[in-house]
Design a protein around this ligand. Structure first.
Ligand SMILES: [Fe+2]
Ligand SMILES: [Fe+2]
Length: 254
């Protein structure tokens, strides 16, 4: 096994997993809410536990040595590092979107667009690496150096935490949705105070949609063993929310 082979094998594994996203994209297109939300969370966890350590290992094991030994490859290495920065930004967005979708505060369309963008950028990046890194490694490293780098690479991958970005606990998730609900309500009240009735209506709708989605998600995903509580919340929230939305609409339509 050489470092080049290790890199190619990991790239192939990433490609195979990304091909499986076709199904997830179809599910999101069809609007199969709960199942797609769970798949999205799984894929975000996979990205954090498999793709991020791969990027980290390239940045700490491969890029520094190549940039030191092959100054003429600096433009290529800079481009690959820039790709990594963009990918990390998309991974952060994906992680956030996964928990928001689970709570019903992000749409299937948003998830679809982000998954497509991330997949396209990652495939484009590893294709660029497959073209650029093997020749640079072959002309730079002796067999012993290659073996040493491969050992460091494998050590780093093995010591990477399985999920560097922790999956939020149920308590975290509830805290986040409650913070979002608080913000919607606050913005609604601010708009009312400013006599911005259209803004107040929009924030109230967001609040109502998020609260109902939250109750539905808790019903089916987050709190499967406390259905009585979730049912009670829905029973309480619907009569409370609907007349208010209607009253605001009427008010704004006048
Ligand atoms: Fe990379
Ligand atoms: Fe790579």
């Amino acid at each position: 096994m050489s470092l080049t082979r290790q890199l190619r094998d990991e790239h192939d594994q990433i490609r195979r997993r990304l091909r499986e996203w076709d199904d997830l994209l179809v599910e999101l297109e069809r609007g199969v809410g709960t199942f797609a939300a769970l798949r999205l969370k799984e894929e975000a966890q996979w990205v954090c536990s498999e793709v991020l350590p791969h990027l980290d290992a390239e940045e700490s094991v491969v890029f520094p040595l190549l940039s030191e030994r092959e100054p003429e490859g600096s433009v290529t290495l800079q481009r690959l590092s820039d790709d990594h920065a963009q990918l990390r930004e998309l991974i952060a967005q994906l992680t956030e979107l996964a928990w928001k979708r689970q709570l019903g505060t992000a749409t299937n369309l948003q998830a679809q667009e982000l998954l497509k963008t991330f997949r396209w950028r990652l495939l484009d990046h590893i294709a660029r690496e497959d073209g650029a890194l093997p020749p640079l490694l072959l002309q730079t490293l002796s067999a012993d150096e290659d073996a040493e780098l491969l050992r460091r690479w494998q050590e780093q991958i093995a010591s990477a935490p399985s999920q560097p970005v922790p999956s939020p606990t149920l308590t975290d998730l509830n805290g986040r949705i409650h913070a979002w609900l608080d913000e919607c309500l606050l913005r609604h009240l601010e708009a009312l105070t400013a006599l911005d009735l259209e803004g107040a209506k929009n924030w109230w709708r967001k609040f109502a949609d998020a609260l109902i989605a939250h109750a539905q998600v808790e019903d089916s995903v987050a709190l499967p063993f406390t259905n009585d509580w979730a049912t009670s919340l829905k029973a309480v929230s619907r009569p409370f929310l609907m007349p208010s939305t209607k009253a605001l609409s009427e008010c704004c339509d006048r």
